[in-house]
Write a protein that binds this ligand. Structure first.
Ligand code: 86X
Length: 455
């Protein structure tokens, strides 16, 4: 029998090695035979699809539509925005040859799509009736990283969504940037069970092309923060560079106000880091490809058919009731071996069915997060498993929130408030502005209350 993959590095002492082992051995991802690139294997891609489904529904509800723009960006487009992209250009990958011909103008492989999308916005936007224009694109992104690669966290190619919107007023752009933040925060907290702090970047840290940049940051177990998502009010910086004007109701020409925002497959790395333990992945039920794994346990051949049939019944019942379950009926592995494997893969609930359980019309359910085992009578199968899944989801979020709150001190908050910190945070729904921002930008200050309500 094959030896079960095991995590040997300890999360508390060898965090980086632990992370890599978990990602590879749980079969979330693999290194690709291309430097700096990774393969999103089916187990992690299923999670990305859940993120896509959730976010897609939310943005459709708020009036956004999906579109797709070219992966090749002519160099002159990026040059138009030289000021805003300063510092980024070394990160671009370039196509210089097509077929056998050297190109007259080299093409960047999409590092972000502002320039190509705003080139089209210029063509499409004519009057105030065309606004707001709210588009989103799901795509891959290439950035020529030179630092060490980490699956999901830093690779030369990754997947994301980028939203790009155009509005008639700065207030509309503010509202848009804030609405997306709220969707992001809900996604991170309710789906991924990761608490985040929302904060406005300092003038130094914001995207150079933005009026302001707001990000959602999570605290990782090694004490570092990870940027989970970002939303920019780009002001009129891009509309001026790309000449995106509309005729207002006042019949005068105005430049539009734009926003852009994104989340990426980096979120999958955050799930691993925040919730995983020394046995491997621990997946929040709402993002887990399988919420329950059913393991039939039999000692004699005669028990086999009865138990497998029961396992199928249980699986069908759960799946019909919206709980995604799978049976591990592989004959070549022992139940103990399977327990380890599915713990490594972080499945929230394991359901064991043995001869005694059949006799008593019950199954045994084991929680991945607490290792707690309970007997579940068949009559209450669906409701009990549903309760357990909710309990796991809640517990993972509470654990992560306690860690965050234990590690952000009142003193830190005061330091931030005094303005010695570069970042400004929204903590517990309360925006904490730095002294610098307050003093320098009165207009922004007037609009500050918009952000106070983010919960
Ligand atoms: C900044 C800005 C913005 C849409 C987001 O943060 C969310 C989604 N875009 C992205 N950024 C760049 O503009 C950029 C540009 C080039 Cl040319 C590059 F090579 C790397 C970049 N990285 C970030």
């Amino acid at each position: 029998m094959a030896k079960a993959a095991k995590i040997t590095a300890k999360k508390s002492t060898h965090f980086s090695e632990w992370y890599t082992q978990v990602v590879l051995r749980s079969e979330l991802a693999d290194y690709a035979p291309v430097k700096g690139c990774m393969v999103f294997r089916e187990y992690s891609y299923a999670m990305w699809e859940k993120i896509q489904k959730y976010f897609d529904e939310q943005i459709k509800k708020t009036g956004h539509k999906n579109a797709y723009f070219p992966v090749f960006i002519p160099e002159k487009f990026l040059k138009k925005e030289a000021e805003h992209f300063k510092g980024f250009v070394p990160e671009c990958a370039w196509v210089t040859v097509g077929g056998e011909r050297t190109l007259k103008e080299r093409l960047a492989v999409r590092p972000t799509s502002e320039t190509i999308i705003y080139t089209m916005f210029r063509k499409w936007i004519r009057s105030w009736r065309d606004l707001p224009l709210k588009l989103n694109q799901w795509c891959n992104i290439v950035r020529w990283e030179t630092r060490a690669t980490k699956p999901f966290l830093r690779t030369r190619e990754f997947l994301w969504q980028e939203g790009h919107t155009a509005h008639a007023t700065v207030e509309d752009a503010d509202t848009e940037a804030m609405e997306i933040l709220r969707i992001y925060k809900n996604l991170m907290e309710n789906l991924l069970a990761i608490p985040v702090l929302v904060g406005k970047k300092s003038e130094l840290e914001k995207f150079a092309g933005a009026l302001y940049t707001v990000t959602l940051e999570a605290l990782m177990p090694d004490g570092k923060t990870l940027q989970m998502g970002t939303s920019h009010n780009l002001g009129q910086n891009f509309s001026k560079a790309f000449k995106i004007q509309f005729i207002g109701e006042d019949e005068k020409d105005h430049y539009v106000w734009t926003t852009s925002w994104g989340i990426s497959t980096r979120l999958l790395g955050a799930i691993v880091m925040v919730h995983g333990d020394d046995k491997g992945l621990v997946l929040p039920p709402r993002i887990a490809p399988y919420q329950a794994v059913i393991i039939p346990i039999f000692y004699k051949e005669v028990e086999r058919d009865t138990i497998l049939n029961k396992a199928r019944d249980v699986s069908d019942t759960l799946n019909q009731n919206g709980i995604s379950a799978t049976i591990d009926d592989r004959m070549e592995y022992t139940p103990g071996w399977k327990f380890n494997e599915w713990e490594l893969k972080g499945v929230p609930v394991r359901i064991e069915i043995g001869p005694k359980d059949i006799k008593h019309n019950r199954v045994v359910a084991a929680r991945r997060d607490t290792s707690e085992r309970v007997e579940v009578t068949e009559d209450h199968l669906v409701s009990t498993i549903r309760e357990i899944l909710n309990a796991v989801q809640d517990n993972l979020f509470s654990r992560a929130r306690e860690f965050l709150e234990a590690n952000i001190t009142a003193e830190e908050l005061r330091r931030i408030q005094k303005g010695s910190e570069k970042k400004t945070w929204v903590h517990q729904g309360q925006l904490v502005l730095t002294h610098e921002v307050r003093r320098k930008d009165k207009r922004r200050d007037r609009r500050r209350n918009l952000f106070d309500s983010i919960k």
